[in-house]
Design a binder for this molecule. Structure first.
Ligand code: PXL
Length: 286
């Protein structure tokens, strides 16, 4: 038996709506990994498309949880962060990294801030420098184009994009400090959508493009980043992990489209977990 990987996932719990921890934990567990969590807040739903949601801030609990784990001598193979509700939480996550992340801990930061050129409810552009600072501590960052523009302080446009424009963004993002980047929401025409990967050490850039599906489903960024995390910890290269994540996200959207579910209710990734495991096993044994 391979040693089981242990991951600390730092996101909110949106109790309904399939994003953040309700996506990350099942995906990591299904992939055979121990998914520990530091919840940043508890919301009745996510903030995209719902009103009157509750919000219980857990900022004050975050560092004590990490310090307790540190005292117990727990070791983590990865720390994977997502939705953080305030600049203070980004600073606390930096302290959490100091407490929990050792030399061999992979730090994956999904700089959740917005999508389609718009910030998520509750965020303002002055949050971006704090997130950029956290990204400088990451091994891997997973921004979408909107988040990349916010991190770089540059104007967003909805695309299609030119390759040199994407590669210029990747280079600038790598100057923030992460070793590897997966930029999602890349499109060069109306028919396809995908991700660009970039390795700072080699300057190597790759694209994983898939057929663009109509409709915008909530939570797909978290589905993608969680599957990417599982694949990276499963020993996949960045490009192979980005491919598994893309295929799993496409399958999850397809499983949802068939039912014409409310787009704010998230995607039916649960039904596609067997395929994810198949992809993870297949590639790993090749
Ligand atoms: O999927 C990103 C996300 C995570 N958590 C909360 C959100 C969103 C996006 O809207 O509202 C609470």
């Amino acid at each position: 038996m391979r040693k089981q990987k242990r991951i600390a996932a730092i996101h909110d719990i949106s109790c309904f709506g399939k994003c953040s921890l309700t996506v990350a934990l099942p995906i990591l567990s299904a992939a055979g990994m121990e998914a520990c969590c530091i919840p940043t807040a508890v919301l009745s739903t996510h903030t995209g498309g719902f009103s009157d949601y509750t919000y219980r801030d857990l900022t004050e609990d975050m560092l004590p949880v990490a310090e307790h784990w540190s005292k117990l001598g727990l070791r983590f193979d990865a720390v994977y962060t997502g939705y953080l509700g305030s600049e203070r939480q980004t600073a606390i996550v930096e302290e959490v990294l100091s407490a929990l992340a050792g030399e061999n801990t992979l730090v994956i930061v999904d700089p959740v801030m917005g999508d389609n050129g718009r910030l998520y409810a509750g965020f303002t552009p002055d949050f971006a420098p704090a997130m950029a600072k956290l990204c400088s501590r990451a091994d891997v960052i997973v921004p979408n184009i909107t988040e990349a523009c916010l991190l770089l302080g540059q104007a967003y446009h909805e695309g299609p994009y030119q390759k040199n424009e994407i590669e210029d963004m990747l280079l600038k993002l790598s100057k923030l400090g992460p070793k590897q980047i997966v930029l999602t929401g890349v499109r060069f025409d109306e028919e396809s959508l995908g991700a660009a990967t970039f390795e700072a050490a080699t300057g190597r850039c790759n694209y994983v493009m898939r057929e663009k599906l109509s409709g915008m489903y909530h939570g797909t960024g978290d589905v993608y980043a969680s599957a990417l995390t599982a694949a990276l910890l499963g020993g996949f290269t960045l490009e192979a992990a980005a491919t598994v994540a893309a295929d799993f996200t496409v399958l999850s959207i397809r499983a949802t489209r068939d039912l014409e579910e409310n787009i704010h209710y998230g995607v039916n990734f649960e039904q596609c977990l067997p395929e994810l495991l198949h992809m993870l096993k297949k590639e790993a044994s090749e």
